[in-house]
Design a protein. Structure first.
Length: 365
């Protein structure tokens, strides 16, 4: 029993000692709050703000637009002679080079007709040479010589037509590209004008964008442009065309960016976000949290002049990046209010501090 009483007494003494120590301990100093300091008045009765001096940097104007990838060339390759399709050496999706055979039409009697035409030309040449010989001996009139010459030219024309008909049994690619469609199959009876294959040229590939009246004047042929497709591909190309006539409905101008595509990795018809370069301007990088509106509703920033008087500058956002917004409209060197801009008005004189001085508790007027 006495042991329990002794333990209880020691515990009570420790609790009493802890309570007494709290009464005489020095209270912790309050942590200074920068926003509270800004909201308050300085010794002079002026509102306190924190400012940062910023300088303009060269920055290219950029226009981010939506466009799409398009093939440089698309052609429907048609048959020029009728006949049965006897061969289709390539299939859809194949990459072909200029001059490669896409499909073949049966020769039938076309080779025989060429042989016949060759014989007719040979005969006409013999007759013409004989007529010239007789004319030299004054045994044949000039009119008769002219007739044999005409028959020779006619025979040669028929031979050329027969040879063309024979060569046209092979339908070839007029340019290098990818086979997209093949309506004709082996065994089909092709008529003149039937499509053997649709060919697409994807190297280089084009990105088409519509540019507004305000921005079209800033585009320059040969300028570098970047794009990102809906499939996540990053592209870089050159501006190769800027339209001179606007669309009657949208009032926009067509611009084309040419992008190398030797491996045909970039498909036609993809949506692309295009970053177009513009003229170089002086701009400031600021935090978007510093934007404010004036009484007229204009977007801008608050700064102070040499007399520490608040000024408001309307600004235009040039580019929004992860590191901040690039804006135009400020003087080349500006003392930007970074803390306290919500509590002051244009024309008001303030007590300006730098961020470092304010954190150290040192007045900096």
């Amino acid at each position: 029993m006495s042991n329990n009483f002794r333990v209880a007494s020691i515990f009570a003494a420790l609790v009493l000692l802890w309570l007494v120590s709290g009464l005489f301990s020095k209270p912790e100093a309050p942590v200074p709050n920068l926003l509270d300091a800004i909201a308050s008045m300085s010794d002079s009765g002026l509102p306190v703000v924190v400012v940062e001096e910023i300088r303009a940097e060269p920055r290219n104007k950029r226009r981010v637009l939506r466009g799409k990838t398009v093939s440089k060339q698309t052609a429907s390759i048609s048959t020029e002679v009728p006949g049965i399709v006897v061969s289709r050496p390539v299939e859809r999706g194949a990459v072909v080079v200029k001059g490669q055979v896409l499909c073949e039409i049966a020769i039938d009697d076309r080779a025989a007709l060429v042989t016949e035409a060759l014989a007719a030309v040979a005969q006409a040449e013999i007759e013409y040479d004989g007529a010239l010989s007789l004319q030299s001996d004054n045994l044949l009139a000039e009119a008769q010589v002219a007739q044999t010459a005409a028959r020779l030219e006619s025979a040669r024309a028929i031979l050329l037509r027969r040879e063309l008909d024979l060569s046209r049994t092979k339908v070839t690619a007029p340019f290098s590209g990818v086979i997209e469609t093949q309506p004709l199959v082996v065994g089909d009876l092709a008529r003149v004008g039937d499509v053997c294959a649709t060919l697409i040229n994807l190297d280089p590939i084009l990105v088409e964008v519509s540019v507004s009246e305000r921005d079209v004047g800033e585009l320059r042929l040969g300028g570098i442009a970047n794009a990102r497709t809906s499939t996540g591909q990053y592209l870089e190309g050159t501006i190769t065309f800027v339209g001179s006539q606007s669309d009657e409905v949208t009032r926009t101008y067509l611009a084309e960016i040419t992008i190398p595509n030797p491996d045909y990795d970039i498909r036609a018809g993809l949506t692309a976000v295009v970053d177009l370069p513009g003229e170089a301007v002086k701009a400031h990088r600021v935090s978007p949290s510093l934007f404010t509106l004036n009484d007229a509703g204009a977007l801008g920033l608050r700064t102070i002049n040499r007399e520490n008087r608040v000024e408001f500058y309307p600004v235009s956002i040039l580019e929004d990046s992860p590191d901040g917004a690039w804006v135009t409209g400020l003087p080349e060197r500006a003392r930007l209010i970074t803390v306290g801009h919500e509590f002051v008005a244009e024309g008001q004189i303030v007590d300006a501090r730098t961020a470092l001085a304010e954190e150290a508790g040192v007045p900096n007027r």
